[in-house]
Structures are given as structure tokens and as C-alpha cells.
Design a protein around this ligand. Structure first.
Ligand code: ADP
Ligand code: ADP
Length: 229
């Protein structure tokens, strides 16, 4: 069973004669453990597509299913997903540990289990020595890793990345990209990753969705997508 299915997904903003359709029937099946990158020019609908999977935006028609379960009408908290944004909004008054643990506490995960999961994520992300720090005492790259840690500890079926690297300088961007590759290798996470950076797409993607004007132009391996004339 596909980890994530999009079936003829349509999005219109607004209603009636003034409605503006921005996603025109996108269908795709993403397998468990697969890393899929969505690319395309600004305004082609990448964010909208991701936000619909996340439940931050209602879908106008069609179906989105996570592990076979239709999630159209489910709140973000009821979907088995976690999202990493470019503006990693960490809680400034909380330690790194508490930032990473927060979602699990809300979900009433037992404390020993929280500790195990946070410690494991911190180890993978090399944050183990920073768990007591506050976000303001971290570098940009470290903050971005905390934001990823917060997503990992929830062990979701699907990870959604909305241009998570675009606010980082070139060096950090490259480092964090390697970090994400490592995560994917070690945890086999199913990911949908939006970017307009071709290097990120080439290095991270197993398959690439090319969006254009609200439609899926191509869906294939990096070789298939970038060798096309
Ligand atoms: P991308 O992420 O590829 O840059 P978006 O998904 O942000 O594209 O936007 C796709 C289209 O939908 C654009 O034409 C944009 O102006 C429009 N759009 C996005 N969000 C809204 C909104 N909340 N209300 C109306 N139109 C929107
Ligand atoms: P991005 O470039 O990351 O896709 P944008 O700057 O296009 O983000 O959009 C930022 C926010 O503004 C989003 O929440 C998006 O939904 C909203 N937005 C984008 N286009 C429009 C629009 N035409 N009308 C209303 N809201 C919009």
C-alpha cells in the first residue's frame, strides 16, 4: 500500500465566479520510505499541494490518503504527518529538549518514552550536547536541526518539508542537506520535500514531481526528469 496517495486533487481559492483554481487534478502514489521532491517555478502550486497534505489547506475535490486512510476531513493533529518549515518556529523560552518533547507531551506519550525518542533523535542530529540550551543560544543550522528533531520524535508516516533550507547560507544549506540524507538513510522516512533548488532535488530525491501551472508535468527519477530535452 502506498504511504501517501493523491487522487485527482484539485484546489480552488475563493468561491463562485471569482474562484481561482490553482491545482488542476494531481495524482501520485508515494511508496513507504521514498523521498520525493516537488520542484517547479514560483506560484506553480508546490506549497499549496504540501499544505493540503498537511491539512493546513482544505482540498476542493479529490482525495488524499495516508497509508490507505483518507484524510481529507482530518485536522493536522489527526494526520500521521510532521512538517518542517523554513521558519522553524521554536519556543524561545523552552530548552532544546522541551522543544523537541513538546508535541509528545501534548499527545500524552509516557515520559520515559519521550526521553528515549528525544535522545535518539538528538544523537542522529548531533544535538546531544545542546539539549539544555535555549534556541537563542544556538546557530541557525542547530535551530533547523531542532526543528527536524521535533518532527522525527513524532515518528510520523510522512514527513513534509516546505523549503526547509532556503533561509540558510550556502554552507549550512549543504550541511543540512547531508543531515537530511543521513536521516533518510537511517530512518527510511517517507518524505515530500518542496524546493526550487535543483541541487537539492538532484541529491535528495528518489523521485521528482515537476509542477507547472498547477499541474504535474513529470513524475520520475532525477535521471528521467533532468535528461529530458
Ligand atoms: P508555490 O509554492 O509553487 O510558489 P503556491 O502554492 O504558494 O505556489 O501558490 C500557487 C498559486 O495559488 C499562486 O497563484 C498563489 O498566488 C495562489 N495562492 C496561494 N495561496 C493562496 C491563498 N491563500 N489565497 C489565494 N490564492 C493563493
Ligand atoms: P511561498 O513562496 O513560500 O510559497 P508565498 O510568499 O507565496 O509563500 O505565500 C505566503 C503565504 O501567503 C502563504 O500562506 C500563502 O498561502 C499566502 N498567499 C500566497 N499567495 C496568495 C494570494 N494570491 N492571496 C492570498 N494569500 C496568498
Amino acid at each position: 500500500m502506498a504511504a501517501l496517495s493523491l487522487r485527482n486533487v484539485i484546489k480552488r481559492y475563493g468561491h463562485g465566479p471569482k474562484a481561482n483554481q490553482v491545482i488542476h487534478g494531481v495524482s501520485a502514489e508515494i511508496e513507504a520510505g521514498e523521498f520525493v521532491v516537488i520542484v517547479g517555478p514560483s506560484g506553480c502550486g508546490k506549497s499549496t499541494l504540501l499544505r493540503m497534505v498537511a491539512g493546513l489547506e482544505e482540498i476542493s475535490a479529490g482525495e488524499i490518503a495516508i497509508k490507505g486512510r483518507v484524510v481529507n476531513d482530518l485536522e493536522p493533529s489527526e494526520r500521521d504527518i510532521a512538517m518542517v518549515f523554513q521558519n522553524y518556529a521554536l519556543y524561545p523560552h523552552m530548552s532544546v529538549f522541551d522543544n523537541m518533547a513538546y508535541g509528545l507531551k501534548i499527545a500524552k506519550v509516557p515520559v520515559p518514552e519521550i526521553k528515549t525518542r528525544v535522545d535518539k533523535a538528538a544523537k542522529i542530529l548531533e544535538l546531544g550536547h545542546l539539549l539544555e540550551r535555549k534556541p537563542r543560544e544556538l546557530s541557525g543550522g542547530q535551530r533547523q536541526r531542532v526543528a527536524m528533531g521535533r518532527a522525527i520524535v513524532r515518528q510520523p508516516q510522512v514527513f513534509l518539508f516546505d523549503e526547509p533550507l532556503s533561509n540558510l547560507d550556502a554552507k549550512l544549506r549543504a550541511q543540512t542537506r547531508i543531515e537530511i540524507q543521513k536521516l533518510h538513510r537511517e530512518l527510511g522516512i517517507t518524505s515530500l520535500f518542496v524546493t526550487h533548488d535543483q541541487v537539492e532535488a538532484m541529491t535528495l530525491a528518489q523521485r521528482i514531481i515537476v509542477m507547472n501551472g498547477g499541474m504535474m508535468d513529470q513524475f520520475g527519477t532525477p535521471e528521467e526528469v533532468y535528461s529530458r530535452p
